[in-house]
Design a protein around this ligand. Sequence first.
Ligand SMILES: O=C(O)CCC(=O)C(=O)O
Length: 283
Amino acid sequence: MHQDLIKHFREKGFVTIPSVLEDLEVEFYRELLKDAIKERKQLDNRQLSEKSLYEQSFIQCQNLWEDFKDIRELTFDQRIAGIAAKLLGVDRLRIWHDQALIKESGGRETDTHHDASYWPIKETNTITAWIPMVSISERNGHMGFFSGTHKVKEKRFINIFKGKVGQEELDKLPQLKGLRPEYVDLKPGDISFHHGLTFHNAKPNLSSEDRPVYTIIYFADGSTRGSDQFHFSVDRASIGVGEVIKSDVTPLAFPIEKPPNRPKEPISDEFIFPKSLGLLPKN
Ligand SMILES: O=C(O)CCC(=O)C(=O)O
């Protein structure tokens, strides 16, 4: 990978790496993703307008790697994970979770936020690979990044789950002052990477087609649990505050010879709600 791309990521907190996947791979994964979402969401017959405002931003299905073996190949693809490791400047990465984010045709914007505040990881060496299965431009939900905001090593929780985030709330964040998001067009095969502290949003999907995107979130191996904030990636494995986050729910993602097996323990009924929504695997 060219040094300029690494420099771009370190300075701005996001970067596009062009042509990581071949056209045929993108086509293959696009179909797999479509089938996986159909299966996960088979009980959800709601129209877009019947969903919560958060759900109108995207259909979300997490940890597809566990129950769809072919998608697991993508989640643990060493080209993608290797790029993520280089950008973060670490030797070993674990997976936090994967997720499909399908912005439906007519779907609303994704409100401005940064991801790290949703995760109880003490250290901030986290990165997301955002992998579109179609071309992305301003009409179908392209992402906008607030350049350099990852340099403020402080998590600010923005509650995007409750609905539209007001401008007044964003105006209180000093790191966003005077900044406008930089929107990024992508071709199939390109992958956008963003740091867990980089503020970002996405535009509504004004096109007539859904926007299929698959994302993989990685964190530096050796990171520890920073708080008791609930998250399935640590709570499923009973990782306590202060402990190293290390279990078969968040296996090593780089460097590895082959994808891991799915976690040994099925997901307990403590997670019945996200399981029934198709957000998490059923078993
Ligand atoms: O896909 C989107 O609309 C938003 C994605 C996002 O917020 C993320 O991947 O962190």
